[in-house]
Design a protein around this ligand. Structure first.
Ligand code: ZN
Length: 314
């Protein structure tokens, strides 16, 4: 059985941009008969906002999206992640790192991507026999990094087409456990997707460079046969070309709901960003008849002030 997941992160409310990705994910799943798991990605400690998980669930339901299993909270699954991290360490595929973020940035030759993170230069690779030893010698609790092999990772994205990345040189050895022992995003997602039988992942193209890293983790965990099919969708941006965020006004679904905007009206705007000119009064379920991935615009959808005014009926 093919399976996908809706995976909101309760670090903030759902806005129109996330909502559009979730809608496409749901439409594909319901058209193709995939099972849907709802997974709350709440590992990002201090950035998690209390109650944001309930709000995300409410937002998804308000949009008319449903799922077959969950919610499953990542924060309840740390034991599974720890055991995967331990196996990777034992196999020599991961290593402890005691570098601070500052050191990592200073030692890196080239800044990477828009988030300003840098390619980790591998300072601690091969330096310590174990996390315990790293801690004893440096007095610092180590993070754990995956040792990226020197090879090009290829995959065929179901929306973007063939992709190729040299993780070692373009992205570097990446963190799979933070210094406090919590699993990092890449590791947790792969452990979960593999165990939950996820076969199809639909997400924003801001996560495109996570995919080759996750593929390496599947291989390292000897789960290559479980590598899912990926669909990376262009994000919704503001008129400044930057991804939808607070600077573009309050685009939270909750804000529109509170302002009396109907789910149907929001769905119509989301549908337009999917290449569908939907009539008034439609619901997500109605879009199942019209949605066609091949007609999803290839470029980024742009949210304008006129869109906001239209939603609010001005
Ligand atoms: Zn290091």
């Amino acid at each position: 059985m093919r399976t996908t997941r809706l995976a909101p992160s309760p670090t903030g409310a759902l806005h129109l941009g996330n909502a559009r990705t979730f809608l496409v994910n749901w439409l594909l799943a319901r058209q193709q008969g995939w099972r849907i798991v709802l997974r709350i990605e709440d590992l990002d400690g201090p950035r998690i906002k209390a109650g944001a998980d309930r709000l995300a669930i409410e937002d998804l339901q308000w949009l008319g999206l449903d799922w077959d299993q969950g919610p499953i909270y990542q924060s309840t699954r740390q034991e599974k992640y720890s055991s995967a991290i331990r196996s990777l360490l034992d196999a020599g595929l991961a290593y402890p790192c005691v570098c601070s973020r500052k050191e990592t940035l200073a030692a890196a030759s080239a800044p990477h991507a828009e988030d300003g993170s840098a390619v980790y230069p591998g300072t601690c690779r091969g330096k310590y026999a174990s996390p315990e030893e790293a801690r004893r010698l440096t007095g610092k609790p180590p993070a754990i990094r995956f040792a990226a092999p020197a090879e090009i990772v290829r995959f065929d994205d179901a929306f973007l087409g063939p992709q190729a990345t040299n993780v070692a040189t373009e992205l570097g050895d990446f963190v799979i456990a933070k210094a406090d022992g919590t699993a990092a995003y890449q590791l947790a997602v792969v452990v979960d997707d593999a165990e939950m039988g996820v076969t199809d992942i639909v997400r924003g193209d801001d996560l495109l460079d996570s995919t080759p890293r996750q593929i390496l983790l599947y291989r390292a965990m000897k789960a290559s046969e479980r590598i899912p099919r990926y669909f990376h969708l262009p994000l919704v941006v503001g008129t400044d070309g930057r991804r939808l965020a607070k600077r573009h006004g309050d685009t939270r679904l909750a804000a529109y709901r509170e302002a009396g905007v109907s789910a149907s009206r929001v769905t119509r705007l989301l549908a337009r960003w999917c290449g569908i000119d939907a009539p008034a009064g439609i619901h997500s379920r109605d879009l199942l008849d019209w949605f066609d991935l091949s007609r999803l615009p290839r470029g980024r959808a742009v949210f304008t002030e006129q869109d906001d005014a239209w939603l609010r009926g001005r």
